[in-house]
Design a protein around this ligand. Structure first.
Ligand code: 8Y4
Length: 267
């Protein structure tokens, strides 16, 4: 297995978004400066991987051009890579994957599971760990009418098929992790079934990555707004690691690291 996946404890992936809505004050310099500060803070708090994304994948979000995405993420990766913490690039575009790895990113996090043009070939060339995530539909419309007969089995079957195609394309199994894609073309009931049945994903014998932090399923269950979902996020993270998830993608690194310290002390 790749060294990034070799941990005996669950890893914390910290979310660092560089979409304009996440840093709406000031110009380019402030974007970069604020993002680097946030990365430094996450490192102090014990983050294992910093996930950098320049395209908003929220429901209803518009696609971002390749030029715009590159302009958002490459200077940030160049600034953060020397700090030494592994960086994952949250992108679906082959050219962004390539430029990001050349700039110092060590992992690809693709919510489209390398289905976009050139992505699988590029990931095979780059030989870095890659997370394959499941999504039903496209970001713009995926929450309109999600539909499954058996969400756990269907998501697993999709991921197994993508893993097989990746292996056939020259991506070593050691580099692959999988993610059920909470909130990506799923109703509340689908998301609950996925978390309840998360252990089934271990049948794939690959590291499982889970991103539930602050997501709407937590708002639907608790009635809380996005900035009041930390306790729910921690609860969900602990449920996921209890079902053997290997990597937890979160906004709140310090709080999650503390919660995982309790988990690790007991397990
Ligand atoms: C509040 C905060 C509400 C965040 C919604 C969101 C995942 C991911 C995203 C995931 C992997 C998001 C890039 C959506 N989610 N990558 N990316 N797994 N691997 N929404 O679950 O965080 S973006």
């Amino acid at each position: 297995m790749h060294k990034l996946y070799q941990s005996s404890r669950p890893l914390v992936m910290g979310i660092l978004n560089v979409t304009p809505d996440s840093f709406s004050d000031g110009g380019q310099f402030n974007h970069l400066g604020a993002a680097v500060k946030q990365a430094e803070r996450m490192i102090k708090e014990g983050v294992d991987i910093i996930d950098i994304g320049g395209e908003s994948t929220r429901p209803g979000a518009k696609p971002v051009s390749e030029t715009e995405e590159l302009a958002r993420v490459i200077p940030l990766i160049e600034a953060i890579a020397p700090l030494g913490t592994p960086i994952s690039i949250d992108t679906s575009k082959a050219e962004v994957m390539k430029a990001a790895v050349e700039a110092g990113a060590q992992m690809i996090n693709d919510v489209c599971a390398l289905q976009q043009e050139g992505a699988i070939e590029t990931a095979a060339e780059l030989q870095v760990p890659v997370c394959l995530m499941h999504m039903q539909g496209k970001p713009r419309s995926m929450q309109a009418s999600p539909s499954y007969e058996n969400v756990v089995l269907e998501v697993m079957a999709f991921l197994a098929q993508r893993v097989q195609l990746c292996e056939q394309s020259g991506i070593s199994r050691d580099l692959i992790s999988v993610d059920p894609g909470f909130g990506f073309g799923k109703s509340l009931e689908h998301n609950i079934e996925l978390l309840r049945g998360l252990e089934h994903f271990n049948q794939l014998q690959l590291p499982v990555l889970v991103g539930i932090s602050r997501k709407s399923m937590l708002g639907q269950i608790t009635g809380r707004e996005i900035n009041q979902r930390l306790p729910a996020s921690i609860a969900a993270a602990l449920i996921a690691v209890g079902k053997k998830a290997s990597i937890i993608r979160v906004h709140d690194v310090a709080e999650t690291v503390d919660a995982l310290k309790i988990f690790n002390a007991i397990n």
